[in-house]
Structure formats: structure tokens, C-alpha cells
Design a protein around this ligand. Structure first.
Ligand code: CA
Length: 746
């Protein structure tokens, strides 16, 4: 490589260095010439007309040509009956169109498609409307989320999509607003804040709309908040009701009976000071016949129950499935998957409603594979436990008691007194990535994870309004000292697709993937399961057998779920591709280099599609020799501790990110020169890198710099050792990051 090319490539990388977020650099806009204005207006009117009567009856019933709600239908099965693309015809599947989002962070949205128009979202809660047949951008709405709010997003500046209802499109924004847009023009109709003042809430989930009420929850349990869900009038934005999921300070009284009952299960702590958690940050479902809205609640805040509720107790309604009357916002029933959660085992994961024959009886069930590793089948009429078995490796509990429906904890999973290695870890056996239910196979397909974690109590825990509040010592996430242990750590990272029979509670088939954090799922009438993968392939599997029947390289890791729809009688498959999220952002060595070779894209496929993606030109760069710095072993160790407490969730344990945020190991001399200004002074706030001046001194910052330099030296030595030759597939991504140019050359 020439020196000029190298410096250009390095400069490109450094734009993203030290930023926990990038700028949305939108390249395409709706600005048209005067000639096209009339056309745009006609198109806007056509969209207004086609979306004007989207209501609950249409969403409940489902329409083969359309994808009207994030789970397609209120039962959230994510199954398209379209069958033109099937196991026979799929060899003809090709790219119909693609659209560059111009973003580098995680894309998680499920598009909504109405009569040939696609509504979707990108990073920073930006909304786009496209022609679903051609990919032409019709309008864009940027809610102008303050970049500084990225510090309150545990898991990347992502958004999982919009809702459509009676001529409007609804989006929840990262800074906690719910916004209604004119579906035809993208112009704002109303904009309300959903969050309690001065608390670090976010929104990343897609709203659901039930009986003219827009329902939205929040994220933020890692930072310390009290979870709730709120309903707003779809026409006016007026608040209709709010249901808290955990009790506040008992001295302040209780909002309702559910909170009074819940408070009896929290013992001895002052959980309300940190918030308690239980945020409703993703999944919902609705049964119109039963008039029940189902929500899933998150982990405790802090995670550690010995700090949160030292006297024990189940800590209702953490990690629970709750059925709510959508007219009043009152609780009808609940089922708690992880009583007294202390491992970040949220039950916010995708919930699917189906009617199944179980032991000769027709049951109306709700199914969930929450983070805790057990697949649950519950009676959705009353919350009765039917069955649960492990769909992923589980060491925190031996089993779920079939009589009581309670997990039987393994005493070895308690980390109050000593560090414990536990599966699943905080990313779960399954995270937010949508599952799918295929009514013909009767199987639920789960994008599963196997990521262990070392839990240890943080004995110095103190609530901080600006930082993570876990009660778990993140210094334990630092890479182990020995090379062998590092190899073992990297080899332990796994992900797979499992076809699960919810009646027998058994796996029917499994596809083991190359690495973890693969995309959400779509099933179709063509006996197909579509999944984007972390290794940068979009793929299809035969639904009944698991056979890989099609795959196509997209040059970037996919985490979102695909959808299917038809326009003018032709079937399309769309997936939004963009690597990131909790694992993708910070993961070291994801074992595949293809997950960051391109910026984000919307990709749409059809039979006979002939479009071609630009082939990325990739240069792989080894970690450069770091600048000279004098430091003591004590300074370096202090820097390691500070780094893992404050920096690692974005920049990766061991400074190891090879996701969308470039590794600090590649920091330039110039970056080193303004280190304190970035870390303590907030020089890169507009790039989304917060100031840590509230918590860290310049001495702390320089000790972190010492640790980063020490890590660079360690990684260089490791990568030049015989381990590199012995485990090339494992270590290539750890040793060299790709610098990409899609335009070619310089
Ligand atoms: Ca969490």
C-alpha cells in the first residue's frame, strides 16, 4: 500500500474513532425540481388515500400484499402467506433494488409496506418512505435527536421501525419522543415526550396501535429508570394511560393495586433511587377477541438483586409477560419468567400468539424465548403456565418446575460472594431479533445465541445519574491474561438458528452459524425461512428441513428481520442491512470481516432481480505501533479498570471492537494529542462521544490512554505470534480491521 493511500484510509477510519456514534450523512433527499413537485403531491395524496383506512381490523386480519404492523399481524407471527418465491423458484431470486442509508451504525427496523409504499427507520430514529417496487425515496423525516443523547442508549442508536394508522406514520425517537407524521408527505403532525423529566430514558422499539391508541415503552434500565408503558391518542397525541411495571417509593403511595402487590415482593433495598427497571423496550402483541394487550418487561435496575432487593423477593413485574386491558391500562394477569432477576434476563423478547393443540386440547397460547434461555408456552387467556424447556445452553437454573412454572435456580449461579461464569450472559439465549411462526410446520424459529458471561458483584456500587448502574463489576469483562484463555473466549462465541416445536418443547432442526448476533426471521408460504446473517450473507432455509436453499453476499452483517409483500402481483423480500446493536457495536473479533464492509442498505429481492451491489474494495490494516508514553503498571491497571467501567460497552472489552465504531487501537497521533479534550472535555459530543468529565479526571483519562497503548502492544505481539497461524479464522478480525472504499481506489 502506498503511503498516500494508507494515510487516506487511516483518516477515513479516524473520523469514527472515539465516537460512540456517527453522523447520519444522508446522501439522497427528496428535494426535487419544480417540474416534479406536482408528481410528488399526487404521490402524497395517493399514499394518504391508501393509508387512510388502516385500522385494527385490517392489522388483525392481515393482507398478503402488505405488511401493516411490525409483526405483520397483531399475533406477531411474522409469517407471509406469499408463495411465488418458494423452494423450487428460489434459485431465480435476485436483487430488485437497493438503497444506501448513508449510515454506519446498527439498523434493526422491520419495514411497514402499504400498497407499494415502504416506511422504515434508520439510526437516530430517522424515518424514510420508499417506493417498494423501485426503491425511489419519497420522503425523509429526521427528528433531530440530540447526538449527546447517545450516552443514554445502552445498545447503539438504533430504531426498530414505525407503526401506520389512519393516514399517519408513528415513530418513537432515541430521546424519548413519540411523533406522528403525515403518511403522504412525512410532515410532522404531533410530537410528544414520553419520558419522565431528567431521567435517561430512550425509545428504540416500534410502536403498536390498538383501538386508536399508540402504545410505546422505553429503554433505560441499564442507566437506572422505572419502567412503564404509555398509550397516546392516535389523532391528537394526548396521553390516555400509563402503566408502571415496577413500584416506586412505597412512602409515596401506589398508583394502583398492581403496584401495591408488586411492592410486597421487593424487600429491604431502596430500589426506587436507581429506578427498579422493568422497561418495556420492545415486544408487544394484541388479541382483539380477548381484548388483551401483551407486553414484555425488562431487567432490574440495578441488575444485581443483592443490591436492589437485599431481603429477597420476586421483584414483580421484572422479566415478565403482562396482559393489559388496552382500554384502561390496567393489569389483567402476569407471568414472571425470571423471579428476582439478577443476570439482565429481560422478557422483552418477541412474543407470538397462536392456537395450538396441546395434549388433545386446543389452546390459545402466547410464546416467548426470553433472554433466560427457556422457551415458554403460556395460556394467553389467563397467564397459566403450560410448559418451558431450554432452547439455549442454560447454567443459571436446572429447569423450570412443571407444576409451579418457576425456574429452579442453580446455587452456583449466585455471584454475590464470588465471580461466576454463567450461560446465557446478559445478551441472552435470544435477544430482540424477531422469531417467526410458520402455521404449516407448526414450528417457531428462533435466532439463538450462546454467549457466556462472568458475573461478579460490584462492591463499590454507587448510583450515578449519568452512567450504567448495574451492581455488576464490568472490570471482569477485561480480556484474561493468558493467550490460551483469549482463544477459548473467542471460540465460545456462538449463534444458531433453531426450529422449535412448541408442542413437544423440542428442537426439530438447527443451523449452526459461523458467529453470534445473526438477524431476525421471516417465514413464508413458500416453505422458506429468511435470515440475514452476521457474516454478511442474506440467506433462505427450507422451513421443514433447515436445508440452506439460497444465499447472497451483502457485504455487511444483518441483524434486522426481513419482510415480504407484493406489488402489481409480484412478490418481494426486503431486509434492512446494518451491523451494530449491543453486541455488534462493541464485540471484539466477531470472527467475520464481512459485517462492516459497507454502509447500511435497504435490500429488496424478487424473482429475476438483476441489480448488483457495488463490490467493496477492502484493505486490511494491522494495528499500528502506538505512540511512546511513559506509564507505570499501576497506571495501566487503573486505566484498564476505568476503561471497562466507562468505555468498554461501546469500544469493546480489551479495546477490541471491530464493529461499526473503529477500534481505539488504531487511534492516530493526533487523537492521542487531544485525548483529554475528547474524554473529559467533550470535544466529540457532536459525534455522539459523551464527555466523561462528570466522573473522570484527566489523570483517569491518561491512564486509559496508557491502557489503550499497552493493549495495542499486546495485540501486535499476539498477532505476530504462532497463534495467528494456528487460528487464522479466529484471529484475522482481531488483528486487522478492514478499511473499505465502495467507490474504488482513493
Ligand atoms: Ca438490559
Amino acid at each position: 500500500m502506498t503511503a498516500t493511500l494508507r494515510s487516506t484510509v487511516l483518516a477515513t477510519i479516524f473520523i469514527f474513532i472515539a465516537a460512540c456514534s456517527d453522523q447520519t450523512t444522508q446522501q439522497q433527499t427528496t428535494t426535487g425540481t419544480a417540474d416534479t413537485k406536482e408528481t410528488v403531491s399526487d404521490r402524497a395524496q395517493a399514499i394518504q388515500k391508501s393509508t387512510a383506512d388502516i385500522d385494527g381490523a385490517r392489522i388483525a386480519k392481515g393482507e398478503p400484499a402488505n405488511w401493516l404492523s411490525t409483526g405483520r399481524t397483531y399475533d406477531e407471527q411474522r409469517h407471509s402467506p406469499l408463495a411465488d418465491i418458494n423452494t423450487q423458484s428460489i434459485s431465480d431470486l435476485g436483487l430488485a433494488w437497493y438503497w444506501d442509508t448513508g449510515t454506519k451504525r446498527g439498523l434493526q427496523a422491520t419495514p411497514i409496506v402499504v400498497d407499494g409504499v415502504m416506511f422504515t427507520t434508520g439510526t437516530w430514529s430517522v424515518v424514510w418512505a420508499h417506493d417498494a417496487k423501485t426503491g425511489e425515496l419519497l420522503w425523509e423525516f429526521d427528528p433531530q435527536v440530540p447526538k449527546a443523547w447517545a450516552r443514554y442508549a445502552c445498545c447503539d442508536v438504533v430504531n426498530r421501525g414505525v407503526a401506520a394508522w389512519k393516514g399517519k406514520i408513528y415513530v418513537g425517537t432515541l430521546d424519548g419522543r413519540l411523533i406522528a407524521l403525515d403518511a403522504g408527505t412525512g410532515e410532522k403532525v404531533w410530537d410528544v415526550s414520553t419520558i419522565l423529566p431528567n431521567r435517561p430514558y430512550t425509545i428504540t422499539g416500534a410502536p403498536r396501535i390498538v383501538k386508536d391508541k399508540v402504545i410505546i415503552g422505553n429503554g433505560g434500565a441499564e442507566y437506572g429508570v422505572r419502567g412503564y408503558i404509555t398509550a397516546y391518542d392516535a389523532a391528537s397525541g394526548d396521553e390516555q394511560w400509563r402503566f408502571f411495571t415496577v413500584p416506586g417509593n412505597p412512602d409515596d403511595g401506589f398508583e394502583n393495586k398492581a403496584m401495591e402487590e408488586a411492592a410486597a415482593t421487593w424487600r429491604g433495598g431502596k430500589w426506587w433511587e436507581v429506578g427498579g427497571g422493568g422497561t418495556v423496550w420492545d415486544s408487544m402483541a394484541f388479541d382483539a377477541d380477548l381484548n388483551l394487550l401483551y407486553i414484555g418487561t425488562g431487567n432490574g435496575a440495578p441488575w444485581n438483586r443483592y443490591i436492589r432487593s437485599p431481603g429477597g423477593g420476586d421483584n414483580l413485574y421484572l422479566s415478565s409477560v403482562i396482559a393489559i386491558n388496552p382500554d384502561t391500562g390496567s393489569k389483567v394477569w402476569h407471568y414472571q419468567t425470571t423471579p428476582g432477576d439478577t443476570w439482565d434476563y429481560t422478557a422483552t423478547q418477541h412474543m407470538i400468539l397462536a392456537d395450538l393443540e396441546i395434549k388433545g386440547e386446543q389452546r390459545k397460547v402466547i410464546m416467548q424465548a426470553p433472554k433466560n434461555g427457556f422457551f415458554y408456552v403460556l395460556d394467553r387467556t389467563n397467564g397459566e403456565f403450560i410448559s418451558a424447556e431450554a432452547y439455549a445452553p442454560v447454567t443459571w437454573a436446572t429447569h423450570v418446575d412443571q407444576e409451579t412454572g418457576r425456574p429452579v435456580e442453580d446455587p452456583e449461579a449466585h455471584y454475590a460472594n464470588e465471580k461466576k461464569r454463567i450461560r446465557p450472559g446478559p445478551l441472552g439465549g435470544h435477544n430482540w431479533h424477531p422469531m417467526t411462526f410458520h402455521p404449516e410446520t407448526g414450528l417457531v424459529y428462533v435466532p439463538a445465541l450462546d454467549l457466556r458471561f462472568d458475573y461478579a458483584q460490584d462492591n463499590a456500587f454507587k448510583h450515578s445519574a449519568e452512567d450504567w448502574n448495574l451492581g455488576v463489576d464490568l472490570r471482569e469483562t477485561a480480556p484474561p491474561p493468558s493467550a490460551e484463555e483469549n482463544i477459548d473466549n473467542l471460540q465460545s462465541i456462538k449463534g444458531y438458528l433453531t426450529a422449535w416445536d412448541p408442542v413437544t418443547q423440542q428442537e426439530v432442526w438447527r443451523v449452526q452459524h459461523a458467529t453470534a448476533w445473526n438477524g431476525g426471521l421471516l417465514s413464508t408460504g413458500g416453505n422458506l425461512i429468511f435470515q440475514g446473517r452476521a457474516d454478511g450473507q442474506f440467506s433462505a432455509y427450507q422451513a421443514d428441513t433447515g436445508e440452506l436453499v439460497w444465499e447472497s453476499p451483502v457485504h455487511i452483517g444483518i441483524i434486522a428481520a426481513p419482510v415480504s409483500y407484493s406489488v402489481d402481483g409480484e412478490q418481494y423480500i426486503t431486509v434492512v442491512a446494518g451491523w451494530g446493536g449491543a453486541y455488534g457495536l462493541a464485540s471484539g473479533a466477531p470472527r467475520h470481516r464481512n459485517n462492516v464492509l459497507s454502509e447500511g442498505r435497504i435490500l429488496t429481492y424478487k424473482l429475476g432481480g438483476k441489480a448488483e451491489l457495488p463490490k467493496p474494495e477492502v484493505t486490511y490494516l494491522a494495528v499500528p505501533t502506538p505512540p511512546a508514553m511513559d506509564y507505570t503498571p499501576e497506571q495501566q491497571k487503573h486505566g484498564q479498570d476505568v476503561f471497562h467501567n466507562y468505555c468498554a460497552v461501546c469500544h469493546g472489552p480489551g479495546v477490541g471492537t471491530s464493529g461499526p465504531i473503529a477500534s481505539l487501537l488504531y487511534s492516530s497521533e493526533d487523537t492521542h494529542a487531544i485525548w483529554d479534550a475528547i474524554v473529559v472535555g467533550g470535544a466529540y459530543i457532536e459525534k455522539g462521544m459523551p464527555s466523561f468529565g462528570h466522573a473522570l479526571s484527566t489523570t483517569d483519562a491518561q491512564d486509559v490512554r496508557a491502557y489503550v497503548i499497552e493493549r495495542a502492544k499486546t495485540v501486535i505481539a499476539f498477532c505476530e505470534s504462532s497463534f495467528r497461524e494456528e487460528y487464522p479464522e479466529l484471529l484475522d478480525t482481531a488483528c486487522e480491521v478492514p478499511a473499505v472504499s465502495t467507490t474504488g481506489g482513493e
